[in-house]
Write a protein that binds this ligand. Structure first.
Ligand SMILES: [Zn+2]
Length: 292
């Protein structure tokens, strides 16, 4: 059975929007289609099928690294505006919010927004956009609607926290799944003797293994000058997706015994650090455009 969301109010003909409504003292983010004024619409009919994809994106440290790097590259004006919207919290501090709310069933309909699925050798347009939405649609919509500046302060904070999280997620190469193994969650293996799976290795195991705090990690990998920043910010979202897909060759280059250790890190550390850095710089670019 799909997920049913109340229509809060209409926002123009046929224009799908994020609408936030305070309900049961929680913020509910709803999609709705304006032309169905006064009606309730089932918008995520395939939700259950996709909810088994237990993807969290970068682990807590990974998301905070992305947030910290973005913070490093905000314009003065953007930093001030965002600090006010987030009530003094930093980008790193709010970056895991979208994972925290996963334990609240109110937000179950947002689960498919953490990833997208594109079968190997296919382009996104050929794969088709799933009815329950995906990370590409969610980021696109959040940016568009934040640009319109129609949100209340509370709604804007919610939307901003979601955007900060999702720009991180889309850079985790296994958040662009190939449709065969739930983004690597089904690939069981060990990492330095500990049982885990490929998705978790990329979310957190390799990052945590470095033993840095998020600030130390951000300091370690972010030495970006203005030219590096510009170079990272030139690509559009579909290129970010393609980059994640292109990394699969290395990501899935696993030893036969499925025991990962130093050599897998050696093979992938530059790649993972590059993705964290790109995510941070690109997030800064989006936020500077929105608030700079
Ligand atoms: Zn996520």
């Amino acid at each position: 059975m799909g997920n049913l969301h109340p229509i809060v109010k209409t926002q123009g003909m046929g224009h799908p929007r994020f609408i936030m409504k305070r309900g049961n003292s929680r913020w509910t983010l709803c999609f709705f289609v304006g032309r169905f004024r006064g009606m309730r619409a089932v918008l995520f009919s395939c939700f259950l099928f996709f909810s088994i994809f237990s993807a969290h994106g970068w682990g807590q440290t990974g998301h905070r690294i992305v947030g910290q790097i973005a913070e490093n590259h905000l314009s003065k004006k953007a930093r001030k505006a965002i600090l006010s919207i987030l009530s003094g919290e930093s980008l790193a501090e709010v970056s895991n919010y979208m994972d925290f709310i996963k334990s609240d069933t109110t937000y179950d309909y947002m689960q498919p927004w953490h990833y997208c699925t594109i079968p190997e050798g296919m382009a996104y347009v050929d794969a088709g956009v799933p009815p329950e939405g995906d990370i590409i649609q969610a980021i696109d919509r959040l940016i568009r609607e934040l640009k319109e500046k129609q949100f209340s302060v509370e709604d804007e904070a919610f939307a901003l926290k979601c955007l900060i999280h999702l720009v991180g997620d889309i850079h985790q190469p296994l958040h662009v799944g190939n449709g065969t193994d739930r983004g690597g969650n089904d690939v069981r293996l060990s990492f330095f003797g500990e049982s885990t799976n490929l998705h978790r290795v990329w979310d957190s195991d390799m990052i945590d293994y470095q033993g840095f705090s998020y600030r130390e990690y951000a300091d370690w990998i972010d030495h970006s000058g203005p030219m590096d920043v510009r170079a990272s910010q030139q690509q559009g979202m579909m290129e970010w997706v393609k980059e994640s897909q292109d990394m699969h060759k290395t990501v899935y280059d696993l030893p036969v015994n499925k025991q990962l250790g130093y050599s897998y890190i050696y093979q992938n550390l530059n790649g993972i650090n590059q993705r964290l850095l790109q995510a941070g710089l690109r997030l800064a670019g989006i936020l500077n455009e929105l608030y700079g």
